[in-house]
Design a binder for this molecule. Structure first.
Ligand code: PMP
Length: 384
């Protein structure tokens, strides 16, 4: 155990130490964090629903009706009419035959991976996929083949080289640290051509992209089917907590039988399901949230170009500013914080060595004036 301390000290020397902040107010752009008021650009609450009065009210009413906890796994009487209604509404939203709730997106990805690819199979993953997809690959026992980020030629080549057997392609829909989007149509075409399944992790696209916020799959004109599975999270644009997998009847029944992260865990509170139903309704009805978000992104990108800031290719609310060196990114994040602006530095191993960045993320709860304040602070920190 002495080694733990040594490793921690080394991590600190390398500028890679992670620490938590203490928030003393709800998830909104203006927040009180670590004892001071600041303007935050570091949440995934893209539609500004996490503290929305209707969502909070649904949570309260839900708790009165269902209590605080679900008390058991879904398969052991933890599955309520609230969970069931939410599953049906989510399936309808993304145009899938069925949807299955999971406690978190991390667990949903582990669940699909553990239930689907056979040990003799091959799992093809974008090199920049989320950690939960990569961890899922280990659990599945299938051979992991990583292809270059967004590179469909590389994927095609690797699929063609693979021996016959079960194949699953998995990709983020929107990449969480880069903000760019997977070429969904090309992925689906390659999956068909090579008789592979496709799992799209739309944690950051759901609610934000496509008609009514139905996500990257819908934006490409596709819906989940026998070969295409969609994983969506509820703790980001929908502002609550949890996740779901949408797909065919047979997929959902298989997950219920075999996804260990579904079978052996407590169902999320039914009150959270009620809150998510309210959030989903707002997401479907209030297009202005997505339009406003797009206008914030456009204003930010135009302002950043004037300041000669190096933004990554992204049209989503995730707008990373590439810095490069880890310590430089940390110093910039600290300087912004001193000016009352919260933007996290993302460092290796979350991103590749030499590609440390500031991950700026926007929410429909931000105003144009918030964007201007951010640009002003970035300009002054860069000049220094
Ligand atoms: N997939 C992606 C692409 C993510 O960014 C995240 C969350 N960071 C997850 C899955 C996990 O979702 P959850 O936070 O609900 O566990």
């Amino acid at each position: 155990m002495k080694d733990l301390r040594t490793a921690l000290e080394q991590r600190r020397r390398d500028g890679l130490y992670r620490s938590r902040r203490l928030a003393e107010s709800p998830q909104r752009p203006e927040r009180r964090i670590d004892g001071r008021d600041c303007l935050s650009f570091c949440s995934n609450d893209y539609l500004g629903l996490a503290a929305h009065p209707q969502v909070v009210a649904a949570l309260q009413t839900g708790a009165q009706r269902w209590g605080a906890g679900s008390g058991a796994a879904h398969l052991l009487a933890g599955h309520t009419a609230a969970h069931h209604a939410l599953e049906e509404e989510l399936a309808d939203f993304v145009g899938a035959p069925r949807a299955l709730l999971f406690s978190t997106g991390y667990m949903a990805n582990l669940g699909v991976m553990a239930a689907l690819p056979r040990r003799a199979g091959r799992l093809f993953q974008d090199r920049l996929n989320h950690a939960s997809l990569l961890d899922g690959a280990r659990i599945s026992g299938a051979r992991l083949v990583r292809y270059a980020h967004l590179d469909m030629q590389d994927l095609q080549r690797r699929l063609a080289m693979a021996p016959a057997g079960e194949r699953l392609i998995a990709s983020d829909g929107v990449f969480s640290m880069d903000g760019d989007c997977a070429p969904v149509e090309a992925l689906a075409a390659l999956a068909t051509e090579h008789a592979a399944g496709l799992l799209l992790d739309d944690a950051h696209g759901l609610g934000v992209l496509g008609p009514q916020g139905r996500g990257t799959l819908a934006q490409a004109g596709l819906t989940p089917d026998a070969d295409i599975m969609l994983m969506g999270t509820l703790g980001k644009a929908l502002g609550t907590f949890g996740a779901f997998v949408a797909g065919s009847e047979a997929l959902i029944e298989t997950l219920i039988q075999q996804a260990r992260s579904y079978v052996y865990t407590t169902a999320p509170p039914a009150a959270v399901a009620e809150a998510t139903r309210a959030a989903l309704q707002l997401c479907r009805d209030e297009n202005w949230r997505r339009e406003h978000l797009q206008s914030l992104v456009a204003r930010f990108r135009a302002g950043a170009a004037e300041l000669d800031l190096v933004l990554m290719e992204s049209s989503t609310p995730i707008q990373p500013l590439l810095i490069g060196e880890t310590r430089a990114a940390t110093r910039m994040s600290e300087a912004l914080e001193a000016a009352g602006i919260l933007v996290p530095a993302i460092r290796p191993p979350t991103v590749p060595e030499g590609e440390a960045r500031l991950r700026i993320s926007f929410s429909a709860a931000h105003t144009q004036a918030d964007v201007d304040r951010l640009l002003e602070a970035l300009g002054s920190v860069m000049r220094r």
